[in-house]
Write a protein that binds this ligand. Structure first.
Ligand code: PAF
Length: 292
């Protein structure tokens, strides 16, 4: 069976779920494992690393490219989100032409109504990104669940840069008893340690260079966490960004890795992470680091 491929490549590309489901059916009969890497495109090295892991660990790998409207709470962010499908296809082909690409139109996913389901993620959704991006995680839950229903992957791969998203997807899978293993993968960084993100494409060269402040701050936070309290460290980070003319701190939180609840007193039996979101020129950048 041939994929509907408008791009004149050898890679199977599907723009509609019906033909993708047909294509995957015989693979499932053979009990092949299917790895899945969901993306919103503008692919970078971090995405390609997730795909490489999936290719190594599964018989087949499906990649989705879909800028999901329901997870954007900011119209400008949605409008300006980079859309680079032709360049992305070239990157996928160069990585491995056996990758199966699903690049649906909004209609194929939402049947004319781009609306989110409402989820209860046991409070994970109310922390950090949830406070600043109302409705974001309902949108993420909706699209990821929809993809899982269509593709029925064995394993699905998510980057740890969006650590809250990773925990939320794990929660959704557990609560809905979905038959998929969620695998978190380490953050990929640019040469100046800026966490790779499709939004980085919108930064000027100057902003990209200056953005090194984010990881430098996190690295210092990790060192300070040995002896300082979360409150002391938060004050230090707030001051660092108050003194910076280009980057505005949206939030900085040290939180329990499991519950994502802010740490008030350290407990040596818990694992903590620092989470940060900053804005430069209307572009939001997030990052995180494990502290213990
Ligand atoms: O992390 C992303 O790129 C998106 O949130 C995802 C998981 C592809 C859902 O649209």
């Amino acid at each position: 069976m041939f994929a509907l491929n408008f791009n004149n490549t050898a890679m199977p590309i599907f723009y509609g779920k019906a033909s993708l489901i047909d294509y995957l059916k015989p693979l499932k009969v053979l009990q092949s494992t299917i790895g899945f890497v969901p993306t919103m495109g503008a692919l970078h090295q971090g995405h390609l690393a997730l795909m490489q892991k999936s290719l190594t660990e599964n018989d087949h790998t499906v990649v989705s490219i879909f800028v999901n409207p329901t997870q954007f709470n900011n119209a400008e962010d949605l409008e300006k989100y980079p859309r680079t499908l032709d360049a992305d296809i070239k990157k996928l082909e160069a990585l491995n032409p056996n990758i199966i690409l699903y690049a649906p139109a909004i209609e194929d996913i939402y049947n004319g109504k781009p609306l989110s389901e409402h989820f209860d993620f046991d409070g994970l959704e109310n922390q950090m990104e949830g406070k600043f991006r109302p409705g974001h995680f309902n949108g993420v839950g909706t699209i990821v669940k929809r993809f899982f229903e269509i593709i029925e992957p064995t394993n699905a791969y998510f980057g740890e840069k969006d650590f809250q998203q990773l925990q939320i997807v794990k929660k959704m899978v557990a609560k809905n008893k979905l038959n998929v293993i969620i695998i978190g993968c380490p953050i990929f960084r640019e040469s100046n340690d800026l966490a790779m993100s499709s939004r980085n494409e919108r930064l000027t060269v100057f902003e990209r260079n200056e953005a090194t402040i984010i990881f430098k701050a996190l690295a210092s936070v990790k060192a300070k966490f040995i002896t300082n309290s979360s409150t002391e460290i938060s004050k230090w980070v707030e001051k660092l960004f108050q003194d910076n003319p280009h980057f505005t701190l949206e939030y900085f939180v040290i939180a329990d890795e499991e519950t994502l609840v802010a740490c008030t007193r350290k407990n040596k039996n818990k694992k903590y992470r620092a989470f940060i979101a900053v804005v430069v020129n209307n572009i939001r950048l997030i990052d995180t680091i494990s502290l213990n």
